[in-house]
Ligand binder design. Sequence first.
Ligand code: PLP
Length: 429
Amino acid sequence: MHSPTNDTTALQARRARLLGPAYRLFYEEPLHLVRGEGVWLHDTQGKRYLDAYNNVASVGHAHPHVVEAIARQARTLNTHTRYLHEGILDYAERLLSHMPPALGHAMFTCSGSEANDLALRIARAHTGAQGLIITRYAYHGVTAPLAEASPSLGALMRLGHTVRTVPAPQPVGQDPAEVGRRFAHGVREAIAELAAVGMRPAALLVDTVFSSDGVFTAPAGFLQEAVQAVREAGGLLIADEVQSGFGRTGEAFWGFERHGLVPDIVTLGKPMGNGHPVAGLAVQPGVLAAFAATCRYFNTFGGNPVSMAAASAVLDVIEREGLQANAQVVGTYLHGRLAALRQRHPQVGEVRGAGLFVGLALVQPDAAGPPPGQLAARVVNALRQRGVLLSATGPAADTLKIRPPLVFQREHADLLADTLDEVLADPAL
Ligand code: PLP
C-alpha cells in the first residue's frame, strides 16, 4: 500500500494530475489527514484537530461498534441489492420506527443527492406537476436536476426552468409570527411565478435547518404556513434531513419535528452510516404509488448488506449512548459559550441553530474592519492553525457553521469557544 507522504506540494501536484481541476477541497492549503477517532482528526505531521465540521462522522470517527459491524458484514455477505437480504428489512423497520407513522416505506440510495433526486421523481409522479420550490441559497445535491436547483453551487449553475427560489427565513429578533408569514409570502410568490408559465409545484424541498442559507431554526413552527400554501397548490413537502436528521437538533430526532409537520417525503444521508456511503428516504405509501406504478426502482449499492449493517450500528450507538440528549445538553452549553463571546468581541453577531447544529454570524463592527465574509474565512483558517476545524456558510459566507460529531462533550465545546476567543482577540486577524 502507498504510505502517506508529508510533502504537501508533491501531494497537490499529484492531486491535480490525477483528479483534475474540478474537485473543491477545504482550505487553500488542503488538510492532509491520515486518521480519525471520536471527535479528533490527525494529519500527516502528527497534529491533532478537533472536528467541529464533520457531521458525517455522526457517532465519532472510527467508532468501534460501527467499524466492527461493517467488518463482520463484509466478511459474511455483500451483494447487488436486487437479491433480498434481511438486513435491509431490519434497518427499514428500525428507521421507520423513528418516523411519524404516516411515513410507511423506506428506500435506499448511496448519497443524499440521489435521495433528493428520487424524492423529486416520486413527487412529480404523484402530483403530475414539475415545479420545484427551494430556498435561495439551498444546497440539495450534485445530480444534474439538483445542481440546477442548488444556487449555493455558485454562478456556474443556472437555475433550471422548473425551479423557483424563495428568500430564506430572516434572522431571529423579529416577531415569530412575522417570520412564518414572510416565508409563506415568498412561497406563494413562487407558486404564482410557476403558474404564470403554466406550471404547478410538485414540491417544496427544504433543508429544515437551512444550513446553506446561514443556519436558521427559529422560531419553531415557522414552516407551517408555507407548507400549507404548497399543499393547497397540490404540491408536497420534501424535508431534506441530510444535515439535520438523526438527533442533531437535540430536542427532536428530525428537524421537521420542530415545525409540527409530517412531510410527504423525508430524505436522509450524511450521518446515516458514520461516513459509510448510505442514504435514502422515507415516504408516505400513497405518495409512492404513482411512481411505483410507472417505474421499477433499483439501486445497485443503495441498501446493500454492508450499508445496512453500518446504518444499523449507527442507530445502536445513537440510542445506547443517548446522543440525541447529548446534542441537546452540549449544544445548549456550546450555544451559551458562543453567545457570551459577544461581550468580548464586537465581530460576533447572532448565534443561531439547535442542538449540535450551530451558526455564529460574524458582523463588521466598524468600517475599518474586513467585511464579515472575509473575516469568517480568516477565522476559519486561524482556527485550523490552532487545531479546530469548522466552515463558513450563508449567502455572504459570513456565518461560522459548527456541526461536530454527536459525541461532542462540554470539554470540546470549551476548547472550541476558548480557541475562537483567542482567534478573535488576535490583532493579526
Ligand atoms: N442535502 C443537503 C442539505 C446537503 O447538505 C447535502 C450535502 O452537503 C446533500 C443534500 C447532498 O448529499 P450528498 O453529498 O451525500 O450527495
